[in-house]
Design a protein around this ligand. Structure first.
Ligand SMILES: Nc1ncnc2c1ncn2[C@@H]1O[C@H](COP(=O)(O)OP(=O)(O)OP(=O)(O)O)[C@@H](O)[C@H]1O
Ligand SMILES: Nc1ccn([C@H]2C[C@H](O)[C@@H](COP(=O)(O)O)O2)c(=O)n1
Length: 421
């Protein structure tokens, strides 16, 4: 067993394991002794002929490689496992311990598929940063046990002995919330920059992005004019409103991410969250630099800014209902201390049916995330709630269902009240 995997062991019995079946999480823990606990739900429906396995990707010191490998692992498992084998997202974590989450997959096969599955897992454990366990009924035929594999053997081998699997309570918040800070959301230029810099060796485009970054993090000038950010889900009317505000106020309109990043955006959208979110976070610092420049001459309207970066990242990292999000007031929703704060942030909200109607009428192709927003009601609700929970500055919600002109008038009122324009 590698030294990284060994480092997970001392608190192995304090870890909680989560397996997501059809979008719902099932939790279990492991114990050295059995005290008459029930069989966890994940194993209750497993037949005796079935065999289950877990593959967890532990964090090596190279976070970039780990993040890339996690994405590639799913493709590899889907490609190489027998088609009858069922693959579910899995994680393991220490409750309330930050950065303790390790992610992976839970595999369910049967006696016909166990040989090819075990061959694949044996190969993985010898070449990749994974910790493999298998699960089988205990001698009494009632309980289930977890056996940790050793990388030196190409067959199942328990380290010390097997552990009993027992049910565990659901944590207060989704386990992914433990690892959000500086993996999904970055709270300083340096943290996001560090990720992009480390990407330079494996993603040539990262070097081009680094060259576009401002030399100073603080906006070069403090704008004399108000800076207004317009936020909202796709097709809530941001483009329509920002164009009108530009004309009405004689303002400068800045899109976000900034135009200079457009050539690289599609490339970074394919990357795992760590890299993709670092790209968007850095985009905000470029925007802040541009705001500093333009805001000395005219008011500035910005189409999306940090609220979007954080809200989409948090809502993607966490799955399930809104109550799985980090609680209101969590540090996850804090504004980065080194990022320019706009004078006003307006969040446009729209009834989902009307939003779909506008999307249909607009008739453009949809990005993967727009598809997700369309089909996954829970994702949409999580993004909107995360928007509302972000503070410093918090956003002011405006109902975007009236006519474009009415929405404009409503937002102008807000701007005049808040920014004395
Ligand atoms: N208040 C409104 N009433 C009716 N239709 C509107 C209104 N505002 C915008 N629309 C229409 O809805 C569609 C989406 O608007 P728009 O492109 O401004 O949204 P968006 O938030 O910028 O979208 P995206 O983030 O995907 O670029 C467009 O066809 C636009 O003409
Ligand atoms: N400042 C920004 C702007 C955008 N994003 C991300 C969030 C979504 O993934 C996507 C939405 O952009 P659109 O499709 O409306 O162009 O871009 C961000 O993270 N930060």
């Amino acid at each position: 067993m590698s030294k990284h995997a060994m480092s997970l062991l001392p608190r192995w019995c304090s870890r909680v394991f989560s397996v997501e079946l059809n979008g719902a999480p099932f939790y279990f823990a492991v114990k050295e002794k059995h005290l008459g606990e029930d069989v966890p739900r994940v194993f209750r429906e497993v037949q005796n002929r079935d065999k289950c396995y877990s593959v967890l990707v532990y964090c090596s010191r190279d976070r970039i490689k780990t993040a890339k490998f996690y994405g590639e692992l799913k493709d590899k498992l889907l490609r190489d496992l027998p088609p009858e084998c069922r693959l579910s997202p899995m994680s393991s974590f220490l409750p309330k311990v930050r950065d303790s989450l390790v992610k992976g997959y839970f595999l369910k096969g049967n006696s016909d598929t166990s040989s090819p599955i075990e061959r694949l897992l044996s190969d993985l454990i010898q070449h990749d940063p994974v910790l493999v366990c298998s699960y089988s009924p205990a001698e009494d035929g009632q309980q289930w046990m977890q056996h940790m594999w050793s990388e030196t053997a190409s067959q199942v081998m328990d380290v010390a002995k097997g552990y009993y699997v027992v049910p565990s309570e659901a944590p207060e918040y989704h386990p992914s919330t433990l690892n959000i800070i500086n993996s999904d959301v970055f709270y300083s230029f340096d943290e996001a920059y560090d990720v992009m810099k480390k990407c330079g060796d494996i993603i040539p485009e990262a070097k081009a992005v680094l060259e576009l970054l401002p030399s100073r993090v603080e906006a070069r000038n403090k704008p004399d004019f108000p800076v207004i950010v317009i936020e909202g889900l796709d097709a809530t009317g941001k483009t329509t409103l920002t164009e009108s505000l530009k004309d009405t106020l004689g303002a400068t309109l800045l899109p976000s991410p900034p135009e200079c990043l457009s050539p690289w955006r599609a490339r970074f959208d394919q990357e795992p969250p760590l890299i993709r979110r670092a790209f968007y976070a850095l985009g905000n610092y470029i925007s802040a630099d541009q705001i500093g420049l333009k805001g000395t001459k005219t008011p500035v309207i910005v189409d999306r800014f940090w609220h979007s970066t954080a809200a989409y990242a948090i809502a993607t990292a966490v799955s399930g209902p809104v109550c799985n999000l980090p609680g209101e007031g969590s540090e996850v929703y804090c504004w980065p201390s080194d990022l320019f704060q706009p004078s006003l942030v307006v969040l446009l909200t729209l009834d989902p049916e009307e939003r779909k109607r506008r999307l249909r009428n607009r008739g453009q192709g949809k990005t993967d995330e727009e598809e997700e927003l369309d089909h996954n009601q829970l994702f949409r609700l999580r993004v909107e709630e995360a928007y509302r929970r972000i503070s410093g500055p918090a956003c002011v919600t405006v109902d975007a269902s009236p006519s474009a002109d009415r929405v404009l008038q409503q937002v102008l009122l807000l701007i005049r009240g808040k920014c004395h324009l």
